[in-house]
Design a protein around this ligand. Sequence first.
Ligand code: TXA
Ligand code: MG
Length: 352
Amino acid sequence: MVSSSMQTKILKVDSRCPQLELIEDAAALLRAGETVVFPTETVYGLGANGLDEKAAAKIYTAKGRPSDNPLILHIADEAQVTALVTEIPVAAQKLIQAFWPGPLTLIFKKRPVVPAIVSGGLATVALRMPSHAVARALIAAADVPVAAPSANLSGRPSPTRPQHVIEDMAGRVAAILTCEEAPIGLESTVVDVSAEVPTLLRPGGISLTELQAVVPELVIDRGVIAKNQVERPKSPGMKYTHYAPRGEMVIVRGSDEEKLKKILAAVETNSDWALLVSAETARNYQAVLDPTHIVVLASRENPVAMARNLFDKLRYFDELGATHIYAEDIDLTPATLALVNRLHKAAGHRFI
Ligand code: TXA
Ligand code: MG
């Protein structure tokens, strides 16, 4: 573990019009081999020069993350791709055309210039061109591919708001660029285009429906929906416990009445409980239970807001000191695949 004694510059940036001098300050730190936390449209990232082994190693130390979990290289310009990968298959070209810049990460066969510490020792590398103005300005100014995982301490929910990154990373990185909350709130979609058939490894900001509209042959990796992963997942990050609040979370299923009954029975046996519910059902619980333990995610009708709020609410459970968390299940639709994936992972796939 790293000591939390590093001086961290906190730089507040305007996302509509990033201040050049702040961006240049942070980019100089990246060029000097230091770590910088920056906002993206999905979640905040913890960046370092992705072609510098020593710099990339600092990411793992700051996060307390096992170094066999590969990192995404963030680029600002499509022209950077050819220097990093050996081939750009047709499916990749179509996906780049349709979704870059944006919340889509593509896995390619890597060139030797990509250090093993970035690729986790794999023969492939993950690339993403974010659309967030601050991320783009920073990567362009640094003039190197920026390796960046989500900027949370390993095992904690991904950071979507300035206070999350300050909580987790102050004292562990050279600088933190903050602006408003991340507009999407869930990590990017990961698609392996190095495989014979393009394969969805992690659902995210771009939905399956959107992907298949561009690449109809695209398939979903079994690891995305599997409850108990026996095989080694293709995306190494899928094997770690992620996104989890400190308390034990379970997903509650059934009709609204059944859920209410199950929750009433469950909370009787412990005092440090909390609920994660929809705006539509909140009143049912508030009528019979202590409202300070009831956390509203968003309206069921609004998957975008549910996604944007999820990680923030998971962190809030830690603040509440909740030891037992009961979360209403969310209906699985093409628009909620990523959200349901993160929710079920946070609960360790426990259901009642
Ligand atoms: O939205 C995002 O993707 C955010 C922002 C900061 O860009 N980044 C992010 O990074 O979520 P991270 O490290 O938390 O997740 C990257 C995922 C992991 O599941 C990792 O295993 C997978 O991508 N990955 C990276 N390189 C890979 C590779 N070569 N093959 C398969 N999976 C890979
Ligand atoms: Mg992560």
